[in-house]
Write a protein that binds this ligand. Sequence first.
Ligand code: ZN
Length: 188
Amino acid sequence: MSILPITVFGDNILRKKAAPITEINDELISIIRDMFVTMNNANGIGLAANQVGVNRRIFIVDVSPVEGYEKFKPMTLINPKIISKSDELEPYEEGCLSIPELKSEVIRPKGIEISFYDLDMKEHKIEVGDLVARVIQHELDHLNGVLFIDHLDEETQKKIKKHLNKIKNRKLDVAYPITDSSNYIYYK
Ligand code: ZN
């Protein structure tokens, strides 16, 4: 198992719509294991495949390090889809391993119903709320080339521009390995 470099703001793959998975092979299983190691090393609670240079519709979630969520098991979601969203919206301060050292409030539906496939390509439908719904919506955005900063208002976008450029130009010290070029692809 290995820690993979995380793609960061400015990396092309983060702006691409990821391709659906049609079969799970050994290589993908090994990548998913690496994704967990990579996420834990960076103290993340969610990680999408394109954040490690894999342009496929997979993400992982592990909210168990967060107080009050210790009982939640790590999840691997393949070809996830949102079936419905609650009318109730909620603000929450989000961060992203691909946008180090930036947090900002994003408003999203409080609860969602989703479908996804597991590692045996068995379909599941579940309803989730609060932090789990939050992470899943954030990660699903990743698979569509969307970053949480895209949800911020114009004024906030202006304020963070300098920071984003620092990330893009690798002028920021990041506590975990990141890619060294914007064209990084790990698995095609
Ligand atoms: Zn993210």
